[in-house]
Design a protein around this ligand. Structure first.
Ligand code: NDP
Length: 332
């Protein structure tokens, strides 16, 4: 079969669709000194990739129209001109959306498949796990007995946030978009209560009912109307790790909502945005702790896996309609 890549065909306005992506045959360059030929086994699709489709200044550069998209991946080394990598090695790194790639060895890290399934390095032992760990513990600073609310609760980050908050001895309330997700989070992931934001007739009241002592920490993965409703329920000295705003990633106008500053002011609330890259010097600590919790059975994980390289666009779009539970993965 020909090698293939998926390029950004055009910058989407609003929600991306099939016309955003184009499949192309691919000719690979010869390996130069320092290069590695990698064949991806698993690709991660992540909400932040939607931001890279816009021509906008951000903490990562935009994708280039006509060039391949790229994202977190796990793959196998096929050939190597880089010291430290040999054929057969399992590696992880940011790879172009291609069935094979030639990349510098410096862009790759070897991974240890004995610790956890290889795809977990894209989820619980990768960027989403670290995001949950540092965002919750470093900014949220949950204390035993407090109430932690997490939106996007059944997603890659949220499902870990909830469990780490339980490990800290908190009451944990999730917000998710289907009854199946509500049941799963309560029955298998130890959440104390979960609110379905799509069906609750009055979301602010539903959150108040689920949080009889108010909200001490709100881990915000989604923004928009969900966050407006949580913010109504904050306690004095609440903390908000501002992680993601997926509800707003496809908006074409300037989103407006309640003016929240008076609430933050009068309740002495701390709200802090963060990008996981801020913590790169502490990734080792995070991965060690997450892996230990996984080994001890304190952290469970789940993935939604689509099979086939051609499923990458569907997987990416599926994030915006809630098709994933846990990490969205494409197995090539
Ligand atoms: P998820 O696995 O949670 O996938 C996205 C989920 O968001 C969907 O499954 C869906 O679940 C929910 N969702 C989609 N659209 C909306 C909407 N309009 N309103 C409310 N919920 C919606 O993604 P991740 O766990 O990887 O990421 C979660 C958030 O964290 C994202 O906003 C992401 O950008 C951010 N993030 C930030 C990082 C950082 O460094 N700050 C690093 C990693 C992620 P449902 O069925 O419940 O609607």
């Amino acid at each position: 079969m020909n090698k293939q890549q998926i390029v950004l065909a055009a910058r989407p306005k609003g929600m991306p669709d099939a016309s955003t992506f184009r499949f192309e045959d691919l000719q690979l360059p010869r390996l130069q000194s320092g290069d590695v030929l990698v064949e991806p086994t698993y690709f991660s699709v992540d909400p932040y990739m939607r931001g890279r489709m816009n021509d906008a200044k951000s903490y990562v550069p935009p994708f280039v129209v006509g060039e391949p998209l790229a994202g977190g991946a796990v793959g196998t080394v096929i050939d190597s001109q880089s010291e430290g990598f040999a054929p057969g090695d399992l590696v992880t790194g940011t790879l172009p959306w291609a069935t094979q790639s030639v990349v510098p060895g410096t862009a790759l890290k070897k991974l240890d498949p004995s610790l956890a399934p290889a795809s977990y390095y894209l989820g619980i032992l990768g960027m989403p796990g670290l995001t949950a760990y540092f965002g919750l513990l470093d900014i949220g600073k949950p204390k035993a007995g407090e109430t932690v609310v997490v939106s996007g609760a059944a997603g890659a980050v949220g499902i870990i946030v909830g469990q780490i908050a339980k490990i800290q001895g908190c009451r944990v309330v999730g917000i998710a978009g289907s009854d199946d997700k509500v049941t799963l989070l309560q029955d298998q992931f130890g959440f104390d209560a979960v609110v379905n934001y799509k069906t609750a007739p009055d979301l602010t009241k539903a959150i108040a009912d689920a949080c009889p002592d108010g909200v001490d920490v709100y881990f915000d993965n989604v923004g928009g109307a969900v966050s407006d409703a949580v913010i109504e329920n904050l306690n004095f000295h609440a903390r908000i790790p501002l992680c993601g705003q997926i509800a707003l990633y496809n908006t074409t106008d300037v989103p407006t909502g309640p003016r929240i500053q008076p609430m933050l002011l009068t309740r002495s609330v701390l709200m802090q945005g963060f990008i996981i890259g801020n913590y790169k010097d502490r990734f080792g600590e995070g991965v060690r702790q997450l892996a230990a919790w996984v080994r001890e059975g304190k952290l469970q994980y789940t993935e939604t896996t689509l099979t086939g390289f051609d499923k990458l666009p569907d997987a990416m779009l599926g994030l915006f309609s809630g098709q994933n539970t846990g990490k969205m993965i494409v197995e090539v």
